[in-house]
Ligand binder design. Structure first.
Ligand code: GDP
Ligand code: MG
Length: 141
């Protein structure tokens, strides 16, 4: 499998719970390297643009409200099959359906505050990484 990069966001609920370190430890233990990271408090415009694909969904307003409710930690993760590996570590979108031992099962209770974001395809990873990071902010190792 090829080395890939994916975008991860530790969402406001997980930051508020002081779970940043626990979540990043899971990525590192699974062989994903953090090659870029920053903490940000997203504006409505930045969060809405990030989730533009969901603009017509009934939950869009709540989603943007939640993502702007507190700081997030945005990272680029790099490793073998990083996109699928991160999605596996995250678990299902709805924490109630997430497999035991996944980040969402362990750190989240509801679908609207579900601890983490992860890119779902190579195309979205490319768009999402460049949405948050310039090339000079990524540190390959
Ligand atoms: P993800 O890729 O697993 O994060 O899921 P999606 O891309 O489908 O949705 C983006 C985010 O919108 C999810 O992580 C949830 O926080 C939120 N979301 C998705 N579906 C629903 C829903 O039915 N209700 C609410 N309130 N939020 C949702
Ligand atoms: Mg998604």
């Amino acid at each position: 499998m090829a080395t890939e990069r994916t975008l991860s966001i530790i969402k406001p609920d997980a930051v508020a719970k002081n779970a940043i370190g626990d979540i990043i430890a899971r990525f590192e233990k699974a062989g994903l390297n953090v090659v870029a990271a920053k903490m940000m408090h997203l504006s409505e415009e930045k969060a809405g643009g990030f989730y533009a694909e969901h603009k017509e969904r009934p939950f869009f307003k709540d989603l943007v409200g939640f993502m702007t409710s507190g700081p997030v930690v945005v990272q680029v993760l790099e490793g073998e099959g990083a996109i699928a590996k991160n999605r596996e570590l995250m678990g299902a979108t709805n924490p109630k359906e997430a497999a035991p031992g996944t980040i969402r099962a362990d750190f989240a209770e509801t679908i609207d505050a579900n601890a983490v974001h992860g890119s779902d395809s190579p195309e979205s990873a490319e768009r999402e990484i460049s949405y948050f990071f310039g090339n000079d902010e990524i540190c390959p190792r």
